[in-house]
Design a protein around this ligand. Structure first.
Ligand code: A2P
Length: 332
């Protein structure tokens, strides 16, 4: 049975600790993935306006309800305010567009996807780019103002919980201090090579649940970058193939993916592994029948490369690092 974590003090909002990630899942592929996940015990689906697959996920949800196997109230649906919509005047519009595509009357969790903001093309909502390919930065975006707009939506019941993604410690604290409704979740890149000790400590202190994106190290992301943004990383990591992870996987008769997910769960970090393969979809929630020892946890802890291990620095959005809210200043 899927474990849950409460996001509020009364325990009315329960987030399943594993969700299905859907970044890079194309519309036709994501429908089958979502259905396979829901039919095999997932309750939690993570998407974003930016993933261009909310329509297809909405269709999959309709098919799932129609099958009689579950209702909307049984599910936990997360989506995100895109970089192009990150300003107080437009947050509500983008929220409503996502809800319409997903065919939901409320969202369980809505996140500000990234702290920075770009201007967009009014016909298809893609970011505007300059002649040199750099993205057109909206440097006036007011993240606290945007947060206030999301708070209003919580009060209206449109969203159950709100949170942040890809924000740094200073930005999280700034939102937290100004917030009437505090952030419930921080979704960030977390995997064995980038374990985010500083942010997980801060979140523990502020009672914010951390969700790990790319918990398996996102194999395949480099292909996506190179085809979509003409950008690629040297030495793209193969965390699933690391000898320490393999050794621990053999100790338990579980896959290396299951070991990596379990490592984060045992640290109290929720995970959203992406898969479009029904065997791997099943495998990724089958992690509640074994436990990593203290020694195994320490071995996995020691794979952390800190900031050096980060894969997603958003440099594939050419010029993003020049935005005043670019979150990873220490890499400049
Ligand atoms: P696929 O969709 O073919 O299963 P992340 O969540 O870290 O971004 O990783 C997602 C990538 O990892 C996808 O390319 C996915 O491919 C692959 N993947 C998902 N689950 C597993 C697993 N248990 N073992 C190996 N690869 C996996």
């Amino acid at each position: 049975k899927m474990k849950v974590i409460p996001l509020d003090t009364e325990g009315k909002i329960q987030m399943p600790v594993i969700g299905l990630g859907t970044w890079r899942a194309k519309p036709e592929e994501v429908q089958n993935a979502v259905l396979a996940a829901l039919e095999n015990g997932y309750k939690h689906i993570d998407t974003a306006f930016n993933y261009n697959n909310e329509d297809a996920i909405g269709e999959a949800l309709q098919r799932f309800y129609a099958s009689g196997k579950g209702k909307r109230e049984d599910l936990f649906i997360t989506t995100k305010l895109p970089h192009v919509g990150n300003r107080p005047s437009e947050a509500e519009k983008f929220l409503k567009m996502s809800m319409e595509k997903l065919q939901v009357s409320y969202l369980d969790l809505y996140l500000i996807h990234m702290p920075f903001s770009f201007f967009y093309n009014g016909s298809d909502y893609t970011p505007l780019q300059n002649e040199d390919g750099s993205f057109q930065l909206d440097t006036n975006n007011d993240i606290v103002g945007t947060w206030k707009v999301l708070e209003e939506q919580v009060k209206k019941g449109t969203i159950k919980a709100i949170g942040l993604s890809n924000f740094n410690a200073e930005q999280i604290q700034r939102i937290y201090d100004a917030a009437e409704i505090k952030p419930s979740v921080l979704q960030i890149e977390v995997h064995a090579y980038c374990q985010q000790r500083e942010l997980t400590e801060l979140c523990k202190k502020l009672n914010i649940t951390v969700t790990a994106y790319s918990p398996l190290g996102s194999p395949g992301a480099n292909n996506h970058f190179s085809s979509k943004y003409n950008y690629s990383l040297d030495n793209f990591p193969d965390i699933l193939g690391h000898p320490v992870v393999k050794e621990i996987s053999e100790n338990h008769g579980k896959s290396t993916g299951q070991v990596l997910l379990r490592h984060h769960l045992q640290h109290g970090i929720t995970v959203i592994p992406k898969s479009s393969n029904s065997e791997r979809i099943k495998q990724n929630i089958d992690v509640f029948d074994f436990e990593l020892s203290e020694e195994e946890m320490e071995k996995l802890d020691s794979l952390d490369k800190g900031e050096e291990g980060r894969i997603f620095d958003f440099k594939f959005f050419k010029g993003a690092e020049n935005h005043p809210e670019y979150p990873f200043k220490n890499r400049l």
